[in-house]
Write a protein that binds this ligand. Structure first.
Ligand SMILES: [Zn+2]
Length: 153
């Protein structure tokens, strides 16, 4: 059986992109340039802004670890957690995107250990899988250490 790959939240990231092109998606206000993630499609939340058009914008692929922690307990509902499957500890990373001036939470990619992370270390957003059911692979984003220093041009 082939499962359909479906973003767990529509419009928050590039759903069909290859790993190199994968980006989180926010929105930017045309009047004040504020960037929102999660995306804000109704009105600019900047109280000093007269209000502009909100357009979708890809966020920086890379950021720096602002904080991180590991979750060693099975999360409570409504988090999807199959009681028939051994609970896997996971790592939650808060990543600062300098260009956008924001911190974005996400899980570390499978295989990333606490020892692989450090505050200030560069990480990148990559496609990930939140969970799978009979018909659907629910996709999300993960953070993982950036493989090479970003090229400076
Ligand atoms: Zn604005």
């Amino acid at each position: 059986m082939t499962r359909t790959r479906t973003p767990v939240v529509a419009g928050w990231f590039t759903a069909d992109a290859e790993e190199d092109d994968f980006r989180l998606l926010g929105t930017r206000c045309s009047a004040c340039s504020a960037v929102f993630f999660p995306r804000e499609d109704t009105f600019c939340r900047n109280p000093a802004c007269p209000g502009g058009e909100l357009a979708e914008v890809p966020l920086s692929k890379r950021g720096r670890v602002w904080s991180y922690t590991d979750g060693r307990y099975r999360p409570p509902a409504p988090y999807v957690s199959d009681p028939g499957v051994d609970w896997e500890p996971y790592i939650l990373v808060a990543v600062e995107l300098a260009a956008e001036g924001m911190v974005v939470l996400g899980q570390a990619a499978p295989g990333v250990a606490l020892a692989d992370l450090a505050v200030g270390a560069e990480v990148e957003a990559v496609p990930g899988v939140l969970n799978e059911d009979q018909d659907t692979t629910w996709t999300t984003w993960h953070w993982r250490p950036a493989p090479t220093p970003e090229a400076h041009s």
